[in-house]
Every structure is written in structure tokens, then in C-alpha cells.
Design a binder for this molecule. Structure first.
Ligand SMILES: Cc1ncc(COP(=O)(O)O)c(C=O)c1O
Length: 387
């Protein structure tokens, strides 16, 4: 039977492949999954329960409830000074995952080149390929805090790329961009006439400076598809709710695809999202404070046991180097799991540029993190003579 060649050629997610090993093992401390360990704030859950009691169980407008789009518009204006028209420029989706897929499907023609800074979130390259496009990796380095600049975009412009995918703050490296750094990128984006797909799902989780949304930069709004959602900031991964904002022409096309594939995001999740935007800020602040505390502990702990780690400025991941052990990132992760029952993600799950690193999620309790660091220390004693 001949199946889709495009679907067959994309690799399975490296995270899933690794976590199949974890399933069935007992007493594992998992620092692998990229999801908050908090439960969705109670007021948000209660709003959803109440909406069910009230009988809100139907489809909504394809673009999402108009009231939710208005709330998103107000939130972006109030929080970031970003202006999007709820009627034409906002689409509510099933997580940022769907929004990202729609953005690509609306933009990409066969053989279009798409620039992707690497290490990158697992789905970017594969979904570009599924659209018939060609991912072009821009390797980022620890020495530059795993960030790109206009220079790297210029250096990769020879192939006439159509779009750039930027994830700020970044999964898996925790890199976050300051406004000046984004301005430099914006210059190159304009120079090479790129469309920007800006995945800002961790926008509320920066620890050292305020987040600048890419479309806030001069002349960038008209060439940016801005993606954000509720999974990370509000601990709402299971609700499956996100949104895309951008120029009407692109949003219309994305909505057309969304109409046929999804119809609309679940109404209960939309109701919950409304409450999160209206009364969720305090919970976000509390979670951010806690992640920040854990970040300080984890980064100090990793450097202390000899796994050198730059300080991540956002999201909830540490991406230390494991090079001094001489092991590949996959072997390191496998052996650590087998010997000490600590699950981390091999850096190569995020592309070849992740070799020599592992991803550790610090969205886990401080007790878990303490125990994990002490197990890793013991593990390293057998690997590096200086430990
Ligand atoms: C960078 C990035 N984008 C998108 C997603 C998907 O988010 P959602 O739960 O909104 O689909 C994730 C989830 O881990 C992520 O890390």
C-alpha cells in the first residue's frame, strides 16, 4: 500500500521516542516533559465548570467566541501595546500546535525554504516538510546564548527563504531576546522580505527583563504571524487552547483551513481562557516567581556538579552541556535513566545542533529537582574523574 511520502519521510518526535523508554519504569524523576507541574488555577477551572452548568456545550464561531477574541485583543493591548482587531485579525485555535500548523499551511508552497534556528521545538522542521517546504537550519551556539542575530539570517539568505520561525523564549534552550536583539533580527527580516512566524508561547515566563512581542517592532506587524496560548503561562496544557494573530489576508486563509479541519476550539476551553485572561495575572505571577526560584537552584546545581549551563532567561528549561562526559546526548540520557532513574531529553531531539546537550525541565517541584541533581552528581562521579 502506498501511503503519503511526505508523512512517511518525517521523523517521529525524539521526545516521544525517548519517553517510551520511561513508561513502565518505577520511581523515575521525570524532568523531561515540557509542561507546568501546576494545576490550572481554580478560578479558571471554576469558570469552565460553571459554563457547563449553564449549558454552554455548543460549537462557537469558527474563529472562536467573539468575546474571547475581544478579551485577547484587550489583553495584548494592555499587556504589550499590541493592537489586533478581534473581528479580522485573531483566530482561536486548538493550542499553539494547531495555530502553527495553520500558519505553515497558509504560507508554504512546495519547495519554499523556511529558516529555523536550531536547537528548535520538535514540530517545526517536520511540519514544514509536511507542507512540502524545506526547513533550513540556522545553528545556534551556547557562546551566543543560543540566539540568532541579523548576521545569521543574512548568511542564510542566499537560498531565498520565504519565512523565519522564531521561538522567543525558546524551547529547549531557554534563550530569550531583548528588544535590541529583536530589532537587529527585524532589520534582516525586512531586508530579505521574510514572513515571520513568531511562537511566543512562553512570553509570560521571562525572568530577567520584560518580553517584547516581535510584531511590536516597527513595520513587523504586517509581516508577522504571532502565536500564543494558554498551555504554559496559565498551566492549561490539557485544555488545548491557543491563538494566532496577523494580517487579515493570512488570518482568512488560516480560518478557511481551520473551518474544514477543526471547526472551532472547544467551548469549555474558550470559557476557561476568558477567565484566565480576565483574572489570571496573579496566578501567572506566582508561577513565574516559583519557576524563577527553581531556575536559580537548577542552574547553580548543574554548574556545581560540572555540567556547564548558561543561564536561561525564559521558559522553564535548562540546556546544559554534557560534552565533558564524552557521551552522546542520547547515550547520556539513556544511561542516566537506567542507572539513576532521572529522565531528561537528549539535545538531539531538537535537531543535530542539540548534540552535546540535554534538556532539563524545571517545571518540577524543588524537592524533585534537588533529588535529581544529587542523582546526577552520583552518575557523573562514574563518568568524569574530576567529579
Ligand atoms: C515552543 C512551543 N510551541 C508550541 C507548543 C505547543 O503548545 P500548545 O500546548 O499550545 O499546543 C509547545 C509545547 O511544548 C512549545 O514548547
Amino acid at each position: 500500500m502506498e501511503l503519503s511520502k511526505l508523512a512517511e519521510q518525517i521523523p517521529p518526535s525524539g521526545i516521544r521516542a525517548f519517553f517510551d523508554l520511561v513508561l513502565g519504569m518505577k520511581d523515575v524523576i521525570s524532568l523531561g516533559v515540557g509542561e507546568p507541574d501546576f494545576v490550572t488555577p481554580w478560578n479558571v477551572r471554576e469558570a469552565a465548570i460553571y459554563s457547563l452548568e449553564e449549558g454552554y456545550t455548543s460549537y462557537t464561531s469558527n474563529k472562536g467566541m467573539f468575546e474571547l477574541r475581544q478579551d485577547i485583543s484587550r489583553f495584548l493591548k494592555h499587556r504589550h501595546g499590541l493592537e489586533y482587531d478581534p473581528e479580522n485579525e485573531i483566530l482561536v485555535t486548538v493550542g499553539v500546535s494547531e495555530a502553527f500548523d495553520l500558519a505553515l499551511r497558509a504560507l508554504i508552497n512546495p519547495r519554499d525554504m523556511v529558516l529555523i534556528p536550531e536547537p528548535s521545538y520538535v514540530s517545526y522542521g517536520s511540519l514544514v516538510m509536511l507542507c512540502g517546504g524545506t526547513p533550513v537550519s540556522i545553528r545556534t551556539l551556547p557562546a551566543n546564548g543560543f540566539k540568532i542575530s541579523g548576521r545569521e539570517i543574512n548568511a542564510h539568505s542566499g537560498k531565498r527563504p520565504k519565512a523565519l520561525i522564531l521561538n522567543d523564549p525558546n524551547n529547549p534552550t531557554g534563550a530569550a531576546y531583548r528588544k535590541e536583539e529583536l530589532k537587529d533580527i527585524a532589520k534582516a527580516v525586512e531586508k530579505h522580505n521574510l514572513i515571520m512566524i513568531s511562537d511566543e508561547i512562553y512570553s509570560e515566563l521571562t525572568y530577567d527583563f520584560d518580553h517584547t512581542p516581535f510584531p511590536c517592532l516597527p513595520r513587523m506587524k504586517e509581516r508577522t504571524i504571532y502565536l500564543n496560548g494558554f498551555s504554559k503561562s496559565y498551566a492549561m496544557t490539557g485544555w488545548r487552547i491557543g491563538y494566532a494573530c496577523g494580517p487579515k489576508k493570512i488570518m482568512d486563509l488560516m480560518t478557511k483551513i481551520h473551518q474544514y479541519t477543526i471547526m472551532c476550539a472547544p467551548i469549555t476551553a474558550q470559557m476557561a481562557a476568558r477567565e484566565a485572561l480576565k483574572n489570571g495575572e496573579r496566578s501567572v505571577q506566582e508561577m513565574r516567581r516559583e519557576y524563577r526560584r527553581r531556575r536559580e537552584f537548577v542552574i547553580a546545581g548543574l554548574n556545581d556538579i560540572g555540567l556547564s549551563c548558561h543561564k536561561p532567561e525564559g521558559a522553564f528549561y535548562a540546556f546544559p552541556s554534557i560534552r565533558r562526559t564524552g557521551l552522546s546526548s542520547l547515550d547520556f540520557s539513556r544511561q542516566l535513566l537506567k542507572k539513576e532513574k532521572v529522565a531528561v531529553v537528549p539535545g538531539t531531539a531538537f535537531g543535530p545542533a542539540g548534540e552535546g546537550h540535554i534538556r532539563i525541565s524545571y517545571a518540577s517541584s524543588l524537592d524533585n529537582l534537588k533529588e535529581a541533581i544529587s542523582r546526577m552528581k552520583r552518575f557523573l562521579r562514574g563518568k568524569c574523574s574530576s567529579n
